[in-house]
Design a binder for this molecule. Structure first.
Ligand code: GH3
Ligand code: MG
Ligand code: MG
Ligand code: MG
Ligand code: MG
Length: 314
């Protein structure tokens, strides 16, 4: 391996130092039967501050991934005893998508078909040996950056930008699993539809920004009230849906009544004014499937509205 100095400017050097610092918690596996090469690749990765794990063949690499599910990148040789790079990549891709785990293949074979074959079998990138340290590091960083972009996009696509709460998409993807895990843990859960009362009048009196300030305050109160054992989502407008885990014997009204009261007595501060709202809540506690729970909670929310608002119907 030849360390090539491409005459980096100070700016580029500082950029690569800050990137290395952000690599500190990222785990990378090196899979290579030659101990000399494995050692050299390990040192390159450690120079970028990655946490490096080593395996001498595909089989050992699978064990490593099993034991360390947070490994982000696998750098694997092609030609190895017991289980080669191809078999490893195929096996890894059964359980780990390209969205969550990067794979870089490497080989000294010189076979021009090999790179396309490795890429087709699930690798994200390929380097042929011998390679320059600089190129290798660029490819590794590029793979890691790609995974981080995907993570950022996923996170953004699951959140409501105004309140920071989960959105509808996140809710519908995760609610069935949440309900199932409650059932398998032997705890109960309730679903509530919550809608702000006469919210239009807040907008009419204080403008859209005033309305937004109320929505942000409500989101804060929801997070404080429900905590981690819940999925709190903004379904749209001034309507929220929450799924909350609780003890089996709990009275559903008692779970939501303190929240209703707290919202009633906590004003949002906006341009020196105190904006007060109330909310209506419909609760469904019978766990008979997500659709049925939503429908029942919706019907009860509708009743709460028609019976005078600012109330919980469970
Ligand atoms: P009800 O008690 O029957 O629920 O009456 P309401 O006024 O709350 O219901 P309505 O559906 O008539 O009005 C909801 C309003 O919410 C209308 C819409 O302009 C406003 N809204 C929806 N999304 C947002 C938002 O993101 N920010 C602000 N400020 N207002 C929003
Ligand atoms: Mg080999
Ligand atoms: Mg409405
Ligand atoms: Mg409303
Ligand atoms: Mg509404």
């Amino acid at each position: 391996y030849i360390l090539k100095d491409s005459g980096n400017s100070m700016e580029v050097m500082l950029d690569s130092i800050s990137r290395a610092i952000s690599n500190r918690h990222i785990k990378v596996a090196v899979v290579e039967d030659s101990s000399t090469t494995r050692e050299a690749v390990r040192r390159m990765l450690q120079s970028q501050l990655f946490q490096v794990f080593e395996a001498e063949n595909g089989q050992k690499a699978l064990e490593l991934l099993e034991a360390n599910p947070d490994i982000k990148l696998v750098v694997t040789d092609y030609d190895m005893p017991v289980m080669d790079g191809f078999e490893l990549i195929r096996a890894v891709r059964q359980n780990h998508s390209r969205d969550e785990l990067g794979i870089i293949g490497m080989s000294a074979s010189g076979d021009p078909l090999l790179s396309a074959q490795l890429l087709k079998s699930g690798a994200d990138d390929y380097v042929s040996k011998p390679f320059l340290v600089e190129e290798f590091i660029c490819r590794v960083n590029k793979s890691i950056e790609m995974l981080q972009h995907i993570e950022t996009i996923r996170e953004l696509s699951y959140r409501d930008p105004l309140t920071g709460l989960r959105n509808r998409r996140y809710f519908f993807e995760n609610a069935p699993g949440f309900i199932e895990s409650c059932q398998s843990e032997g705890v109960a859960c309730s679903l509530a539809m919550m809608d702000v009362d006469f919210f239009k009048s807040v907008n009419d009196s204080f403008g859209h920004d005033g309305g937004d300030a109320v929505l942000k305050l409500l989101s804060h109160l929801f997070k404080e009230h429900f905590g981690e054992n819940s999925i709190i989502s903004r379904f749209g407008g001034e309507e929220f849906c929450v799924l909350v885990r609780h003890e089996s014997g709990a009275n559903a009204s008692e779970l939501f009544e303190p929240l209703r009261e707290r919202i009633e007595r906590t004003p949002a501060l906006y341009k020196g004014a105190e904006l007060r709202v109330t909310i209506s809540i419909g609760v469904s506690s019978r766990q008979d499937g997500l659709d049925a729970m939503i429908r029942r909670a919706d019907t009860r929310l509708y009743s709460a509205k028609s019976e005078g608002r600012n109330r919980v119907i469970a």
